[in-house]
Design a protein around this ligand. Structure first.
Ligand code: AMP
Length: 393
């Protein structure tokens, strides 16, 4: 279901409370990576251009666990935002309370104000109704642009939406626009590439995508549990014994639904899990004893490239190997390139595949790179995200 878009909101003359995701890394009291702040600019600039009387921003930063903690202050983000916007950003001394109410009341045309870290209050994560009301009382409209927190029912992401007309900012709108069809009616053939460490953390995604895709590629550490379930030798590769039955059921379900499951047919292995381990190519599905699979091999890469090249929709979540170690990043790099070159709709969701796309400088060439790790995983699992549900009719 589509979300109410900011483009349909009458913002002129209104005070707008915007939930952004400024949970950025800090170094020496300054913003070390401003990607998330830059990502919020289109929504903030849209509001200012359309004559919102003022824009009040709120976010969390780190985990201050309901306590005021200066090292988790959002002040550095307000300073960086002011530079990017080319206009001052007032820093509120708190999230709620008389001082903040007064400051909010005195905001003039086009003023921008940043509230303190919402997680200075445990009422935020408790989704406390009174706290939500206090936040809502600061403004006339609510806009949520923090997809990364949309899977949490917190006061700033969900509670506040019950008290104000609520809209999705451009970031959330784009996430929904790309992710929703994947679960409903994707352009076929759809290929899902699911990798990463564990079957246990991806089983929900595998089961949810299975009915909609033509081909399901399983790579990374989780592939070995599937290979073992098929009766192959996997040496010392990553294995989740408890998930062998789950893997067998998924393979069976795929067969019944006519979905092609593609697992690695060759490997790059090592004798130990280490950055400086020597890579060895194994030209068979089976892995010799004493060795562990660290990456997909060249035959697998060639096979996957062909499948991805013919796809109309590609969803990629999780690396194909231990991409953090350069020696074992080749498979993930080649698959990232294939996704970037695919002429169909390409969606990268989940923390580590986004990190991989960024590492290889290919993110710009994807149609959509999700801004939320846990949130995109839950979205792909077909779960209702409370922060999104609050923006739907
Ligand atoms: P996830 O967060 O579940 O997407 O998992 C990402 C992690 O999976 C990365 O840290 C990778 O290093 C790891 N990974 C990928 N392939 C393997 C493998 N063959 N063996 C062990 N870990 C792997």
């Amino acid at each position: 279901m589509a979300v109410r878009s900011i483009t349909n909101a009458e913002v002129s003359g209104k005070k707008v409370l915007v939930r952004v995701d400024f949970n950025v890394p800090l170094k020496d009291g300054a913003v070390a990576d401003d990607t998330r702040i830059k990502a919020a600019l289109p929504t903030i600039e849209h509001l200012l251009k359309n004559k919102a009387s003022s824009v009040i921003l709120m976010s969390h930063l780190g985990r201050p666990k309901g306590q005021r903690a200066p090292e988790f202050s959002l002040k550095p983000t307000a300073e960086r935002l002011a530079e990017l916007l080319g206009r001052p950003v007032k820093m509120a001394p708190d999230v709620v309370g008389p001082e903040v109410e007064q400051m909010a009341g005195e905001l003039g045309a086009g003023d921008v104000m940043m509230l303190e870290n919402v997680r200075f209050y445990k009422e935020e994560t408790d989704n406390d109704a009174e706290f939500s009301k206090k936040l809502a009382a600061l403004a006339d409209l609510y806009v949520n642009d923090a997809f990364g927190s949309a899977h949490r029912a917190h006061a700033s992401t969900e509670g506040v939406a019950h008290h104000l007309p609520s809209y999705a900012g451009f970031l959330i709108e784009k996430e929904v626009r790309f992710f929703e069809p994947v679960l409903k009616d994707p352009q076929q053939p759809m290929v899902a590439i699911i990798g990463g460490a564990k079957v246990s953390s991806k089983i929900g995604v595998l089961e949810s995508l299975l009915p909609n895709c033509k081909t399901l590629i399983i790579g990374g550490g989780m592939a070995y549990t599937f290979l073992k379930a098929q009766g192959h030798e996997i040496g010392n590769s990553m294995l989740e014994e408890d998930y062998l039955d789950t893997a067998r059921s998924l393979l069976k379900a795929a067969e019944q639904k006519g979905v092609e499951i593609v697992l690695p047919v060759d490997h790059i292995v090592a004798s130990e899990f280490a950055e400086n381990a020597s890579p060895e190519a194994v030209d068979s599905v089976d892995i010799p004893s004493g060795k562990l699979g660290m990456d997909i091999g060249p035959k697998t890469i060639a096979k996957l490239k062909e499948i991805i090249g013919n796809a109309k929709t590609v969803v990629w979540n999780g690396p194909m190997g231990v991409f953090e170690f350069d020696t074992f990043a080749g498979g993930t790099l080649e698959i990232a390139k294939a996704v970037a070159e695919c002429s169909g709709t390409t969606i990268v969701g989940g923390g580590d595949s986004v990190a991989a796309a960024n590492k290889f400088e290919l993110a710009e060439r994807m149609d959509h790179v999700s801004t939320g790790g846990g949130a995109s995983l839950e979205f792909l699992e077909g779960r209702t995200l409370p922060g999104i549900a609050a923006l739907q009719d």
